[in-house]
Design a protein around this ligand. Structure first.
Ligand SMILES: Cc1ncc(COP(=O)(O)O)c(C=O)c1O
Length: 420
């Protein structure tokens, strides 16, 4: 059967951004030679034994408690499971000197859904037919933002400036405040900090400047990698919680992606709008995941394990990529983004004689899969050659295999620049 699709049906039945590449990767891995590939494309976090044990212990506690039936056998509040909301407000109030109340918090089924709720509440067409834009102040950013709006034309991203250390082969993106404009057409602002795919962390000052520029609209800070959990920041950073800021937390990189727990913290009026949208969409997030998260947050164990196990794990992997690139890359203009956070490294091959998709295909011939960078520029309308010269490398494989993969990547780099 081929049902006639609506405009939204068309839009949502297509895979956007990196999901389309993932389809190619899955087909490659299923092609029979999967054992031979080193797959550095994965966004799935590593199962760390200490982290798995924490979730196992919280589950055992839940099973043994009288709350079990209440958690899994009954519907609950759309805002979220009360003990989780209490655990978050207590943690954030103590940690950051805030005075959050339950009405400042919403639990969503994963944080991706939070950005969908926001994108379609504050972005898109108003009842008067005016297009409200979703502003991504620094491109590249999370590829998922390309698919969150029912109106893709609403997403507008800004090209950054580049700080390049040529001798050290390192670089860093900065928001270009000479270009960034927030107008009456802006619906809301959205960015990830630390950033997937680059690992960039906007400085506290940059964030405050963006929040001030956007004083009359919500600013969603996607904190999927931020402290206090999963604390995948390798540089100092503090959550910026201004009145118009909605802080989006995810427990996925803290070892719970299967349970789909996202958390929004923001002003009560904004949270209320998102909560109603969520009630219409799916009633509420799974309560089992929320209940074990409540225990891990209330005891302080999640914040602790984030600092002692999750962060060092990925930081060590990043060090392997850095040292292997430094040792093996040929004398070409290659630049690694500064290691400031996330579970990825971001490599820029300036003046690459082929585009990122062709390099990705060529590297597959060497038995290595990385992710071509071009899908990570959703909403950027400028024709910028840099978009086709970058790659995302996941830190989720073993150190040994990462090292082998980077050596092969260096060989291919030498070959393609030699031919170019
Ligand atoms: C920056 C960023 N935001 C949001 C998400 C979605 O996470 P969740 O599993 O909470 O929906 C991801 C997932 O990789 C991410 O990297």
């Amino acid at each position: 059967m081929a049902p006639i699709l609506t405009q939204f049906g068309q839009q949502m039945s297509h895979l956007t951004g990196v999901r389309a590449i993932m389809k190619d990767i899955i087909e490659t891995l299923q092609s029979g030679q999967s054992a031979e590939f080193i797959n550095l494309s994965a966004g799935n976090p590593v199962i760390l034994p200490e982290v798995e044990q924490l979730w196992r212990d919280c589950t055992a506690d839940l099973l043994a408690s009288s709350d079990y039936g209440e958690v899994v056998c009954r519907y609950g509040s759309s805002r979220g499971y009360e003990p989780l909301i209490d655990a978050i407000s207590t943690d954030f109030n103590q940690r950051y000197g805030l005075s959050l109340k339950p009405e400042n918090i919403l639990i969503t089924p994963g944080s991706q859904s939070l950005y969908f709720l926001a994108a379609n509440s504050f972005g898109g067409y108003t009842t008067e037919g005016q297009l409200k834009e979703i502003i991504l102040p620094l491109s590249p950013d999370y590829t998922g933002y390309g698919g969150v709006s029912l109106y893709p034309e609403a997403v507008r991203a800004y090209q950054p400036t580049l700080e390049v250390d040529t001798a050290a082969h390192r670089f860093k993106y900065r928001p270009d405040f000479s270009q960034l404009t927030i107008t009456e057409q802006t619906g809301f602002v959205l960015f990830s900090r630390p950033c997937n795919p680059t690992g960039n962390v906007l400085s506290d000052d940059e964030v405050k400047r963006i929040a001030t520029l956007a004083a009359n609209v919500p600013v969603f800070i996607d904190s999927a990698y931020a402290p206090p959990f999963p604390a995948l920041n390798f540089t100092e950073m503090t959550p910026v919680l201004a009145p118009n800021v909605v802080h989006g937390i995810s427990l996925s990189k803290a070892g719970l992606p299967g349970e789909r727990v996202g958390i929004a913290i923001g002003d009560a009026a904004t949270i209320r709008i998102l909560e109603s949208f969520q009630t219409n969409l799916c009633i509420h997030s799974s309560r089992y995941g929320q209940a074990i998260a409540a225990k891990a947050i209330a005891s302080g164990a999640l914040a602790e394990i984030s600092k002692t196990a999750i962060r060092p794990h990925y930081q060590q992997k990043f060090a392997v990529i850095e040292s292997t690139l430094d040792e093996t890359m040929p004398d070409v203009p290659w630049y690694l983004h500064r290691a400031e956070g996330s579970i990825f490294a971001w490599l820029w091959l300036q003046d690459l004689p082929m585009d990122d998709q062709a390099f990705y295909q060529a590297l597959k011939q060497y038995g290595v899969i990385i992710v071509p960078g071009s899908p990570f520029f959703p909403g950027l309308r400028n024709d910028w050659e840099h978009k086709h010269q970058c790659f995302r490398i996941s830190l989720t494989d073993t150190a040994e295999r990462i090292e082998i993969a980077i050596r092969r990547l260096a060989n291919l780099t030498e070959e393609v620049y030699g031919q170019g």
